[in-house]
Design a protein. Structure first.
Length: 94
């Protein structure tokens, strides 16, 4: 899976671009689509290059940290109470 190359910190745009590229019905320009999604989420400024404060924080996280953070936010449990599956990009309770 090509998204496995972009698991580390500082690869938010690259990882989302690859996820867009590999989905069914992929957009013609997956990078532009990824930038648009990140702008809508408030992680990128209008220029499409500059991270917002929250975007910089997300970009500093690994894919595992982001998945655990999503699960923690959704459930209200601490991120440490989750395990990460890199093949599904999901975090589940221990």
């Amino acid at each position: 899976m090509t998204t496995q190359k972009f698991m580390g910190a500082g690869q938010l745009i690259e990882r989302l671009t690859e996820q867009m590229r590999t989905q069914s019905g992929a957009p013609k320009d997956p990078r532009a689509a990824a930038i648009e999604v990140l702008q809508k989420r408030g992680h990128l400024e209008a220029d499409g290059k500059t991270f917002t404060k929250s975007g910089a924080a997300r970009n500093a996280m690994t894919a595992e940290e982001r998945a655990k953070d999503r699960a923690a936010t959704k459930t209200g449990k601490p991120a440490t109470s989750f395990t990460y599956n890199p093949r599904t990009n999901l975090a589940k309770r221990k």
